[in-house]
Design a protein around this ligand. Structure first.
Ligand SMILES: Cc1ncc(COP(=O)(O)O)c(C=O)c1O
Length: 499
């Protein structure tokens, strides 16, 4: 759906309010107590600059001291909605971790069922716990050769909805942290045939509406509610997050209330300013800037494909169109350059650490066999030069690096969870810690997400199977697998429900 009203997208109301605030320089006895940085420690000001504090002084009360409908914040949100093809947009300064939870609370409450992508960020699992939702898990597509999960396809979602026709809707992650995308249009259609809501965790896709050669954004594909991080692939400040809403299935007033349930009463004005300015920048220059980023991505891909190890054909393999197809993804974001380094005999995490220490290059993500380089509208020939040089050096240094221990990753479908309690009841109920070898058959009271592949193996309320115990113990023993969110990351013990 496109918004018919034509707003003046050259306006940036929050930015203008900040300029006016600076011009007036009113005496203020309201928070923040640093008084435009005058009370901030000079050593902090030296590094951050005084302007950060000045922007932070733009109190929201002052910002919104205008007739209803003309609030700078409200106007900025309407401009954002129009720019991304939504009916409503709502800014948040609490990161998508919180927006995802509020979005879930807006469509499902205690005891409600929701079809949820198992390959989800931990904020989704925590949202299930907070809301008291009963999850109907839909497993990812699994590429056993590449050991890579793909977003669930329409058939898997249809089966889940058929199994649980009472489910309030579907929550998917798209794009994933690897830039792979679900068939959102197909899934939105089958949700809407049943009057069900499609919620998309689009934390990695804030830039998608601003270039036609990027995958279709959730709003353009027909999703009802999407959450984007304005700073991951966009130009906002950290924690800037936007709810986007279209259609009539989710009431914007309900979303606002649910966001208020968890959100802060003191949103950072600097984060608002940056989101407002970034939207205008994208409307005015997004096509050109993202077009440049897409060309850079093509260059990086072409150069890396040629960069093979001198003594053999194996080298760096850059993921491309083969990510797309039946049982795999519906599309992928070319700005997320997924580089398989296993041909060098090293792991992705080893390669990433080497690049950081030896080449002073930080990659976006690393797993047991890949690194992911994320290009944005801010990249240029200058920024990719050290990356390409670092990767060239990595290829030459590969024999000096520790070899990767192979990790045996089962198809997530083989670890089908048995949900026996509401995750919330298991999480907040009485729990005890037991040795992992005695955990099979018990009901989990914690989330255990092994990396790779980053898909929760255990969620509170699920019966822990023998297969899961074996998989986690074997994985951790190789030290190629980490379980950072477990209460005991060594996997010696597990938290289970008492009794
Ligand atoms: C898919 C996904 N959703 C949500 C989040 C949370 O976003 P934020 O870091 O803005 O809280 C992340 C964070 O990396 C993510 O990868």
């Amino acid at each position: 759906m496109r918004v018919t009203q034509q707003l003046d997208q050259s306006a940036a109301p929050i930015l203008d309010a900040l300029a006016e605030h600076c011009r007036r320089d009113d005496a203020s006895f309201a928070p923040p107590g640093h008084r435009r940085g005058r009370g901030a420690d000079e050593r902090v000001v030296k590094l951050l600059g005084r302007d950060v504090f000045v922007a932070e002084s733009l109190a929201l009360g002052g910002l919104d001291d205008r007739p209803p409908g003309q609030h700078a914040l409200g106007l900025a949100e309407r401009l954002m909605a129009e720019a991304v093809g939504a009916r409503h947009a709502l800014f948040s300064t609490c990161g998508s971790s919180l927006s995802v939870k509020s979005a879930m609370l807006a469509v499902a409450g205690p005891g409600d069922r929701l079809v949820v992508d198992r390959n989800a960020h931990k904020s989704v699992v925590y949202g299930i716990i907070i809301a008291g939702i009963e999850p109907i898990w839909v497993g990812p597509g699994w590429d056993a050769d590449a050991q890579l999960p793909h977003p669930p396809g329409p058939d898997a979602v249809r089966r889940a909805l058929d199994r649980d026709p009472d489910a309030k809707g579907v929550l998917l992650v798209s794009p994933t942290a690897y830039g792979t995308c679900a068939d959102l249009a197909g899934i939105a259609e089958l949700c809407h045939q049943r009057g069900r809501v499609l919620v998309v965790d689009e934390a990695w896709g804030a830039h998608l509406p601003f270039h036609p050669d990027l995958p279709r954004s959730a709003m353009h594909a027909g999703a009802d509610l999407a959450v984007t991080s304005a700073y991951k692939m966009g130009g906002g400040l950290e924690q800037g997050s936007v709810y986007q809403l279209r259609g009539d299935l989710v009431d914007p007033a309900v979303l606002k209330l649910r966001a208020d349930l968890l959100g802060t009463a003191s949103p950072s004005p600097a984060i608002h300013v940056a989101m407002d300015g970034w939207r205008r920048q994208m409307v005015e220059h997004g096509k050109e800037l993202l077009g440049r980023a897409l060309r850079l991505s093509q260059r990086v891909r072409a150069e890396l494909t040629e960069l093979t190890a001198p003594e053999g054909p194996a080298g760096l393999a850059v993921a491309g169109r083969e990510l797309v197809g039946p049982g795999r993804s519906a599309d992928f974001d070319p700005l997320q350059v997924v580089i398989d380094v296993s041909g060098l005999g090293v792991g992705g995490t080893t390669a990433a650490a080497w690049l950081r220490e030896q080449a002073r290059v930080e990659v976006g993500l690393a797993d047991h066999r890949r690194i992911v380089v994320r290009l944005t509208h801010a990249d240029s020939e200058d920024t990719i030069r050290p990356l390409l040089a670092g990767l060239r050096r990595l290829v030459n240094a590969r024999t000096a690096l520790p070899a990767q221990t192979p990790v045996d990753l089962p198809d997530p479908a083989d670890l089908e969870p048995e949900v026996v309690m509401l995750p919330r009841d298991a999480f907040f109920g009485n729990a005890e810690t037991v040795p992992v070898r005695r955990a099979a058959g018990r009901v989990a009271a914690e989330t255990i997400t092994p990396y790779p592949p980053g898909i929760p193996a255990v969620v509170p309320g699920e019966r822990i199977s023998e297969a899961v115990v074996d998989y986690l113990r074997a994985g951790v023993a190789t030290s190629a697998m980490r379980v950072p969110d477990a209460a005991d990351p060594t996997m010696e013990t597990v938290k289970v429900v008492c009794g």
